[in-house]
Design a protein around this ligand. Structure first.
Ligand SMILES: [Zn+2]
Length: 61
């Protein structure tokens, strides 16, 4: 997800550009910020800014 692989929005599939703001929806790791990259790779969902509102609506249903 980081590095050479491109990252796409989980909801709409739009590619997230480098330095573009994005949202990563994930469980907070038990070990805090240690190894957070591994945690995001395993369980993080990335959303572009225009999809964040949709996600919040889904969660509240
Ligand atoms: Zn999106």
């Amino acid at each position: 997800m980081f590095g050479k692989k491109s990252t796409t929005c989980t909801s709409c599939g739009k590619e997230i550009a480098v330095h573009e703001r994005s949202w990563i929806y994930m469980q907070y790791p038990p070990s805090g910020m240690t190894n957070i990259q591994k945690y995001i790779e395993l369980g993080g969902e990335v959303y572009c800014t225009s999809c964040v509102g949709k996600v919040e609506k889904q969660e509240s249903n």
